[in-house]
Design a protein around this ligand. Sequence first.
Ligand code: URA
Length: 210
Amino acid sequence: MTQHLTIVNHPLVQHKLTLMREKDTSTAVFRQLLREISQLLAYEITRELPMTTQEIETPLEKMDAPVLAGRKLALISILRAGNGLLDGMLELIPSARVGFVGLYRDEKTLQPVKYYFKVPDNLAERLVIVVDPMLATGNSSAAAVQMLKDAGATNIRFLCLLAAPEGVARMKEAHPDVPIVTASVDTRLNEKGYILPGLGDAGDRMFGTR
Ligand code: URA
């Protein structure tokens, strides 16, 4: 991917996103929509994966058929909301390796604090896709990406559902080499670090907490 920011304007993505933003959308529907959108976003972010060929035999004859090249890719979920994107992506890419980065946001400073880090081996040889639905201040995302770089990752992409301009700018400044794929860049952040108009707290909405 050469572009730093890709906004997926596909009508299905935009329609589903609107339903997710709606405050009266139930937890069950929100979760299902997130699963569906994650697959459409995954389709976009994996568009240029390297390919090779493999000889196979159809019922009629042999052929050199296209298959993905290289090591299995790594999906890294930023807990806990990242898991909502992860589930759908794993249905599409079932052999992907999976890692988790646990960060919580200090409510006062808005800075990320690490509490969990477990990632696949050989990160340097894998495409690493970091998933988190909301790119808000960008502080946790930038910190998570830095941890993955420290663990050896060199080819990283970031997938989110919604981004704030502040988060996109923060990521571009900290990690200009990491392309971002999102369904929307919204207007701004509020004083609590929530994206406006946004959809509220993605974790609460997908897990039914508050
Ligand atoms: N995290 C969320 O879940 N929602 C926001 O608007 C910002 C961060």
